[in-house]
Design a protein around this ligand. Structure first.
Ligand code: 5GP
Length: 162
């Protein structure tokens, strides 16, 4: 079984997630997205929460459905969190599965920034991080609309004159 998220449902999910955060009274100064999947979530949350400051950290972990590198790794350039010392951070990602990716980014911020909380569309029961804000819990593999299809390939005869 798979959990299939469409762009339509994602639009509703991100608004509902933002509403939960607003109702809780958390007003982040910075939304820190975990690329690549978290970028979609961060953009939606930042607009819905009227937060103009988005940063990005690239983390590589999954190599396929259920297959991973030995550990998640942050790719350069890494944001300088010293600059965030008086800031309230909202980490945004698509899913906390094992939770190891979120833990890496959370620990990276902890002790340096004023406050850090996490928001995800999905959280799985095995996650070692319990996010403050979760739209839906599942233990299925999730098909996200941005990664369910393979990258586009260039078609023959599509060369533009420039
Ligand atoms: P974690 O470190 O929590 O195990 O995984 C974090 C990242 O792995 C997610 O941000 C996502 O990119 C990828 N990932 C983990 N579980 C799933 C899943 O069920 N479906 C998809 N498409 N990606 C996943």
């Amino acid at each position: 079984m798979r959990e299939n998220l469409t762009y339509d449902v994602f639009g509703r999910a991100v608004r509902e997630l933002a509403q939960t955060i607003a109702d809780d009274g958390y007003e982040p100064d910075i939304v820190l997205s975990i690329a690549r999947g978290g970028v979609f979530v961060a953009g939606g949350l930042a607009y819905a929460l009227d937060c103009k400051n988005i940063h990005l950290v690239n983390v590589e972990f999954y190599t396929g459905v259920g297959t991973t590198l030995e550990m998640p790794v942050m790719l350069a350039p890494v944001p300088n969190v010293i600059d965030f010392s008086d800031k309230k951070i909202l980490i945004a990602d698509d899913v906390a599965d094992t939770g190891r990716t979120l833990k890496l980014v959370h620990d990276f911020c902890l002790g340096t920034v004023a406050e850090v909380r996490s928001a995800v569309i999905y959280e799985k029961s095995q996650s070692l991080v319990k996010c403050e804000y979760v739209w839906k819990r599942t233990d299925e593999w999730i098909n996200f609309p941005w990664s369910v299809e393979p990258p586009v390939v260039r078609r023959e005869g599509q060369i533009r004159d420039s």
